[in-house]
Design a binder for this molecule. Structure first.
Ligand SMILES: [Zn+2]
Length: 218
């Protein structure tokens, strides 16, 4: 429903519109005409308005348009706003269908490659943090699982990132094809870690990690 239909449908009268514009309407439904130098109330206002002095006439939208010097559409929008009327701003036309952008194979690869790179870089950052943060302080101390994971995976992830950064396209395609699944696992693993470390303790990791994918990464 466009704004004109909406205003009409809601039965907004010229009288309501005029009152909204601050026009005083007397008991006989007459008002001093705002459109000419009127001394006595010579405008009859009800559903529509008509001025016996200057001949102005119309409906609610016409009144507001003339009163504020607006176009009819703007006047209708103003009335809709003033009276809390909702409308479809598209003028009743159906919105154009949203076309799905088709990606070329190259674009799709680029997208997946970027994602791989992002996930692997994040993971490498994490591994480096863990290697420092959970490094054992005493020789006999049992190694923290995150520290073990860091030792185990860091070089390997660095290698994958090197391939993505420097290898020719064919090798990168191969890597993305072969390791796509694994990167998804790493992504889930990182999400788990984020949830797990939100509690801030290694205990959380052990709980989350038990069902996790750290074991079958390589
Ligand atoms: Zn008049």
């Amino acid at each position: 429903m466009n704004v004109f239909e909406a205003v009409r449908e809601n039965g907004i009268t010229a009288r309501q519109a005029a009152e909204h514009c601050g026009i005083k309407i007397n008991r006989n439904g007459m008002a001093v005409c705002p459109f000419h130098k009127d001394k006595n109330p010579s405008m009859k206002i009800d559903r529509r308005y008509y001025c016996f002095g200057c001949g102005e006439k119309g409906d609610a939208i016409d009144f507001v348009a003339k009163f504020y010097g607006l176009g009819k559409k703007d006047a209708a929008v103003q009335i809709a706003a003033a009276f809390g009327i909702s409308f479809d701003d598209n003028g009743g036309r159906k919105p154009p269908p949203i076309r799905k952008r088709k990606l070329s194979p190259e674009q799709r690869f680029e997208r997946v490659e970027k994602k791989c790179f992002r996930v692997l870089s994040n993971y490498l950052c994490r591994l480096r943090e863990w290697q420092e943060q959970y490094a054992p302080h005493k020789a006999e101390e049992e190694w923290h699982p995150l520290f073990c994971e860091a030792l185990e995976k860091k070089d390997y992830i660095e290698y994958l990132l090197d391939v993505l950064l420097y290898a020719p396209l064919s090798e990168r395609v191969e890597l993305v094809t072969d390791y796509g699944e694994e990167v998804l696992k790493i992504e889930r693993r990182l999400e788990q870690c984020t949830e797990g470390t939100a509690g801030g303790t290694g205990k959380n990791y052990e709980q989350d990690g038990a069902g996790g994918t750290a074991g079958n990464m390589v």
